[in-house]
Design a protein around this ligand. Sequence first.
Ligand code: 1GP
Length: 246
Amino acid sequence: MKVEIPWRKRKLIAQLIDPDRAGEEVLVTASHFGVEVGVDLFLAGGSLTGVNVADVIRRLKQLSSIPVVLFPGNLTQLTPEADAVFLLSLISGRNPELLIGNHVIAAPFLKSIRDRVIPVGYMLIDCGGGTSVEYMSQTLPIPSGKTDIAVATALAGEMLGMKAIYLEGGSGAARPVDHSLIRAVREELTIPIITGGGIDSAEKVENAFAAGADMVVIGNGCEQNPALIKGACTVRDSFNRDTVTI
Ligand code: 1GP
């Protein structure tokens, strides 16, 4: 099933499911809780092996009708099971494989599901501590204070035709992407902004939405505290009631 993601119409909460840590209990809890509180999307993928990502997506789709978006950490995670695929280009880095190399290898496969492919400019922002994505991608994140570099990078992504920009602090980051950086990017961009990494409280969800994020992604925070997703969706609902987005 192809999904239209309603970003820029309303704020969205996505729960990241890391296939390396997703046993049956995790999937059942996430699905049941997700339906109850109205999670908008599941993202499935991770920085490490993700060998069972296709099984995880199939199971998530059996358990609920919440759309599942593949968020591939590497080429081995590519699968046609998902409702959409984020085709990530790591535009904050200078690793040619993650800018275009892997995309060339994946293109013949992606052609078969091309109407479900969403090109996303993926930007790693330094949010304290080394993260898996930083190590695995062998790229330097954009320093948190270098707002001008972040804005120029995001603008370049938009003008290259990306359909969204992902401001990534890295899974388990010490702190979320700085709100002033999100705000500065929001002021210059017309495409949706996704942010995630280190968001482990409803207050941090609120800060990200208030700064202009269209979609907030939560992974670790929900693994440690499944009730967080409820608080996150309550915050989202308050924005969707009070805020008119374009
Ligand atoms: C990672 O942005 C996501 O790609 C989620 O990060 O696990 O820290 O919530 P967390």
